[in-house]
Every structure is written in C-alpha cells, then in structure tokens.
Design a protein around this ligand. Structure first.
Ligand SMILES: C[S@@+](CC[C@H](N)C(=O)[O-])C[C@H]1O[C@@H](n2cnc3c(N)ncnc32)[C@H](O)[C@@H]1O
Length: 242
C-alpha cells in the first residue's frame, strides 16, 4: 500500500520554511490561525479520545488538538514535514500516510481533522478516500476538513481570470495543478459515501466541511457563508490577489 504523495518533493523542500510562509497570512493562508482554531473547535471528542490530524504538515493543527487533551496521531506523507512535526511536538505520534491511505493499526477514531491538505486527492480518488476515512471513524465519529474550495465553477473562472490579469501566475499555477473542488462537488462526494455533511465559508479561500457518519442524505447543504470577522467573502473575487 503506497503512502507516498505526488507532492512529496515539494513539501520536503518547504518543510523548514512552511511556518514562516503561513505566518505571512498571504493569499490562501489569510486567516490561517483562525482556520485551524475553527477546525479544532469542531472536534467533538472526550478527553483522551483518538483523533487524526491528516496531512498534518508541521503540526500546527496537531498542537491545537493536543491542547484539547486528545490523543493525536499526525498522518503526513512528507518525511521532512514529519521530522519538523516531531521536533515541534515530540509527544505526538507521527505516521507516514495520506488521505488515500491511512496507516495501518490506527484505533477507531472519534475524529479525523485536516487542514489545507485534502486538495491533494484527485477527483478520481475522492470518493474512495472519503469512504476509507468514514470507515476509520467510530459510528459517532466526525470528519472535519478545512481546505481551499470554490463556491461554484463560475466564481472559480472569475478568480482564475482575475489572477491572470494580475500576473499572479505563481498562485494560478498552483491552483491549476492541485485539485481544488467546488463546494457542492465535495459535499456530494461526502454524501455519496454515506456521510452527512455541511459546509461553511471561513475565509475568502477556505471552506469548512464537517461530516459525520449517518443515513444516506443526498440533500446538499450550503448555508449562507459566514466569513471570519475582518475577512472578505469569496464572492469578492477582485480583492483576492491583493
Ligand atoms: C499546505 S500543507 C498543510 C499542512 C497542515 N495541515 C497545515 O494546516 O498547516 C499540505 C500538507 O499535505 C500533505 N499532503 C500532500 N499530499 C497529501 C495526501 N495525499 N494526503 C495527505 N496529506 C498530503 C503535504 O505533505 C503537506 O504537509
């Protein structure tokens, strides 16, 4: 079973400076700390419950989950990121794995939480990956994903057009290579594998998807976006590349 990610070399190289990048809060990392706080707050689990931080990077979400007294396993494909995480959080178990291939031997999980990582799963693998994540959860378990997503295809086209006009080919290239879904597509994939899911917007770029195992429900729920205070809504595409 492969636990390798096609993006591994890029993240190995980025590991030492990743925390500096997110601290700038630029582009997709606007409101980074608030996003991670929002995800940690969504984790409904009792003290000592087993949870996974999936695509954990340098462990910034893991740190928040540890502070909640949870038993955190950080799952991360990049070796250099795993080293950075171990240096930061020696008490956290760190394992190689991906959204598509969780490591063997995890206990049944109260929650799987993931920030800025699920977009590495290709559309072809999305449902299979979600189904496996759902299987790894306890019956009352939750899947919480915060990631870059687009409210719809038209808005995505507008944003891409705006970035091209602003010569932001660096960001545009990244957005084109990785697999950023529209909100309804990711919600539908979650529903298809038997997860009850909801989404709300956290920043101009990031949506929070919360899902739990439950009866099949094909209704798509996208409540009115509630951006974090001080951040503009994604609909304001012209302001995104400032
Ligand atoms: C932008 S970083 C986010 C790290 C961390 N979760 C955070 O919020 O700062 C994306 C992380 O996802 C990891 N990754 C890449 N492909 C992945 C996959 N298929 N499944 C899980 N994680 C993956 C990368 O190695 C990297 O550490």
């Amino acid at each position: 079973m492969s636990v390798r990610s096609r993006f591994e070399a890029e993240f190995d190289e980025w590991a030492d400076t990743y925390d500096q990048t997110v601290a700038t809060g630029s582009d997709v990392f606007q409101g980074y700390d608030d996003v991670l706080d929002a995800v940690a707050a969504e984790v409904v689990a009792s003290d000592g419950a087993a949870v996974v931080d999936l695509g954990a990077g340098t462990g910034n979400l893991s740190a928040r989950l540890v502070r909640r007294n949870l038993r955190v396993t950080a799952v991360e494909p990049s070796l250099a990121m795993r080293h950075a995480l171990r240096r930061k959080l020696p008490e956290v178990e760190v394992l190689a794995g991906t959204c598509q291939h969780l490591p063997e031997g995890l206990p049944p999980l109260e929650a799987i939480a993931s920030t800025f990582a699920f977009h590495h799963v290709s559309p072809a693998m999305r449902r299979r990956s979600l189904a496996r994540l759902a299987e790894a959860l306890l019956p009352q378990g939750h899947l919480i994903i915060a990631d870059i997503a687009f409210a719809g295809p038209q808005l995505r086209r507008r944003i891409f057009g705006e970035l091209a006009r602003r010569d932001r080919h660096d960001l545009l290239g990244n957005l084109r290579v990785e697999f950023y879904p529209t909100v309804d597509v990711l919600l539908a994939a979650m529903h298809d594998v038997g997860l009850q899911a909801r989404a709300r917007q956290l920043t101009p770029w990031v949506w929070l998807f919360t899902a739990k195992r439950g009866p099949l429900d094909l209704g798509i729920s996208t409540p009115v976006p509630r951006p974090i205070h001080g951040l503009r809504a994604q609909g304001e595409a012209e302001s995104l590349a400032d």
